[in-house]
Design a protein around this ligand. Structure first.
Ligand code: NAD
Length: 453
């Protein structure tokens, strides 16, 4: 079947109203859950072929996320879908007011390659929980993961409800000409703008989950051991190919030397060798070459070695970096960690403010004034104090960017809202209404209205 036909079938299927039934939604969420568990090995194998991602990392950062999301919606889809009663104001008496969360209709999800399962299937889960029909266009760059998802889903779901479309850029460009009720995109800011423009042609609402340079600030008042350990884990997870990884470090000058040593200690301890099971490759040659060019040999504090055949780049720390260096001009998205030192906490926050709003920001400190300044002064999608990345793991927090790092959010109830329309309904009784709002108007009526307001 051609994709145009599938889109039309999804529109027709949505009109049958079946997806609005809570039992129907739960049935298919359960089905998806069972399919993922049944096919776990196929998913592990495919992602390992794509960029050497281990079973451990795939379970903790992809599969468990998705299963957790499904469980959350299985538990809460009924209450999330219930009409919410709200107060009715004086002028609308005697009446009742409610907000009905209703599905938007047929949704397009465009995924990316770095967490190919989590970033494709978690939005699907939220979209289905909210009662939509859905087409997923995964990233063709993680080709094996894309094929695994399409096999598992397309062989088990009716295409008029959920369909995975294996497509590259040309086909996606054509797909974007069709009308959807929502487009949910994860990827680069550059392609996010293309999606936004295409969506505007049909006035389609978008959620854009984009990237940026996410800073981590290390104050001298931090627990440095814990900071170093958590930063090394978060930065080199997925070989730095994580949208919320700390992109660069801002380290207070007086503790810089000590902190660099601690980073080195944990990098050695975590053993990120080319043949280690827990360190991934760079996804492809193009990204490998881009990353190698960001390594300024004169500024290497640790690492800097790579193996082109294996697409391996070892964890690399660049020291004495300044804001004009090449590595500070673009999102790194790889295992290279530039370090900039600072002496004044407030001035360094001002400097971060000169950059585009990042997807994440992190602060390590035990000082409450610094915590407060960090939160009040900086704008970022989401972040942590004394931790990195883990805010994503709390479904009670929205996940999304701001400014150049994105529009909208998801996870938990925020995902449900992202794929729903909030329909406002006022219901009035049919008796007892004063004549004051009806013509013919008079000064007396106006004066009464003024008094009532
Ligand atoms: P990308 O923007 O190149 O690709 C993302 C998707 O867009 C893919 O499915 C791709 O096929 C499609 N695409 C690419 N070019 C297109 C075009 N011209 N027209 C239509 N569709 C097109 O992104 P990427 O390189 O795969 O991912 C890296 C970026 O994604 C980084 O900036 C990273 O920070 C960001 N990211 C953000 C999140 C988040 O949740 N906010 C998560 C992961 C990655």
């Amino acid at each position: 079947m051609e994709i145009q036909e599938i889109v039309l079938k999804q529109k027709d299927f949505f009109k049958t109203q079946q997806t609005k039934n809570i039992k129907f939604r739960k049935l298919y969420l359960e089905k998806l859950r069972n399919l993922i568990i049944k096919n776990e090995d196929i998913l592990y194998e495919a992602i390992h072929k794509d960029f050497g991602k281990s079973k451990f990392d795939t379970f903790t950062t992809e599969i468990s996320f998705i299963l957790n999301d499904i469980d959350y919606y299985l538990k809460s889809v009924k209450s999330l879908s219930k009409p919410k009663k709200v107060k009715t104001n004086f002028f609308n008496q005697i009446g009742k007011s409610r907000i009905h969360a209703e599905p938007l209709g047929n949704v397009l999800i465009v995924g990316t390659w770095n967490y190919p399962y989590q970033l494709s299937i978690s939005p699907i889960v939220a979209a289905l929980a909210a009662g939509n029909c859905c087409i997923l266009k995964p990233s063709e760059i993680a080709e094996n993961s894309m094929k695994a998802m399409s096999k598992i889903i397309n062989e088990n779901f009716p295409p008029e409800y959920l369909y995975v479309y294996e497509a590259g850029i040309d086909e996606t460009t054509e797909l974007l000409k069709l009308k959807f009720d929502k487009i949910f995109f994860t990827g680069s800011t550059k392609v996010g703008k293309i999606i936004y423009k295409a969506a505007a042609e049909n006035l389609t609402p978008v959620t854009l989950e984009l990237g940026g340079k996410s800073p981590a600030i290390i104050s001298k008042k931090a627990n440095l051991e814990v900071a170093a350990k958590r930063i090394v884990w978060g930065k080199f997870l997925n070989a730095g190919q994580t949208c919320v990884a700390p992109d660069y470090l801002l380290v207070e000058e007086s503790i810089q030397e000590l902190f660099l040593q601690l980073l080195k200690k944990y990098i050695k301890e975590f053993n990120y060798q080319a043949d280690s099971d827990h360190y991934t490759n760079i996804i492809n040659q193009k990204n490998f070459e881009r990353l190698i060019k960001l390594i300024d040999k004169d500024k290497i504090y640790l690492g800097g070695n790579f193996n082109e055949k294996q697409l391996y780049i070892e964890p690399t720390i660049l020291n004495n970096i300044n804001w004009n260096d090449k590595v500070m001009q673009e999102e790194i998205f790889g295992p290279i960690l530039p370090v900039i030192s600072f002496t004044d906490f407030n001035l360094i926050l001002n400097k971060v403010l000169e950059y585009e709003k990042p997807l994440a920001a992190y602060l390590f400190t035990d000082n409450s004034d610094e915590k407060e300044n960090f939160i009040n002064k900086l704008t970022f999608g989401g972040g942590c104090i004394n931790e990195v990345i883990m805010h994503l793991g709390n479904e009670n927090l929205p996940f999304g960017g701001v400014g150049n790092s994105g529009i909208g959010s998801y996870h938990g109830k925020f995902g449900f809202e992202t794929f729903s329309h909030q329909k406002a309904v006022l219901e009035k009784v049919t008796w007892g209404e004063p004549n004051i709002k009806y013509p013919p108007y008079s000064d007396k009526k106006l004066s009464w209205i003024r008094r009532l307001i």
